[in-house]
Design a binder for this molecule. Sequence first.
Ligand code: PGA
Length: 335
Amino acid sequence: MPDYLIRHATLRQLQVFEAIVRLGSFTRAAEELFLTQPTVSMQIRKLADAIGLPLFEHVGRNVEPTEAGLELYETCKLMFESLANLEMKVSDLKGLKRGRLSMGVITTAQYLAPEILGEFSKLYTGIDLKLKVTNRESIIERMHANEDDLYIMGQAPQDELEVESYEFAPNPLVVMAPRNHPLVGKKKIPLAAIAEQPFIIREPGSGTRDVTLRTLDAKGLRPNIRMELGSNEAIKHGIAAGLGLSVMSLHTVMLEGAGGPVAILDVQGFPIMRKWFIVHPKGKELSLVARTFLEFAIAHEPKIRKRMQTMWPALRLVLDNKKKTAPRKKRAAKK
Ligand code: PGA
């Protein structure tokens, strides 16, 4: 038993220390933990006294962990992982009455995740929910750091990390135009006609952007990019304001519907049928809450499909054709 440290160091001090190293700053750690700066500094002074060595050194304007600090950081990570597992097992023992579910979802999944979480929370009222919406790079970082229980993505990581992924809902990409655009209402518009139009495109790293560029490239076409935007909502406003056309997920218009200020064009080769996946790092032990949510989301899928088809009836035809040619797997293969 490490008697000395048990008597002189506290878990709270270790928590403060871990946050400073992870965030690279006393100020950010104080913010994250809702503490004042003097409290943070005092906790670290006491911890350094208990360890008997300085834990941080100043390098220019930054603080960096000393060698003793780095050793302590590794120990903290192991301890916190064990404690998180313990919390999870204890909440499993308590059943689903209480618990937490933390999810990280990719930008466009922000239109989908709240709906499913909303339905889930009606059944399990005691579960606290946390949803982080961010780009692919941050989602993968969060997965590496084991920050959330589950992730929703349009494409599971392949080289970066070994994961388990479960297909659970369609993500049709469609070409959108302002309601008063001359192409609205035209049938089977050739892709070349779209490539000529001013175009708004998502930021590099976006799954929507990759697929759009690849689809055009496969036909030897390049979009006439007028603007690059990292937000689907901003793109919708841009389309409505006449800045250009864009390719976006049908989910982005779920609230206003297909008859709103942004119209869906009938373009050859569209919709592009992407899928949503629920992902977690391979080997991660899921909590009872996370396992229950995973099952719930997969079972909820027909409702999402139905809502999409009601909102945009043209989708039914595409999905029916897909069913005839390739029956959908219930659960996606592991990546
Ligand atoms: P986004 O969409 O990265 O363009 O937000 C998710 C995806 O379809 O991969």
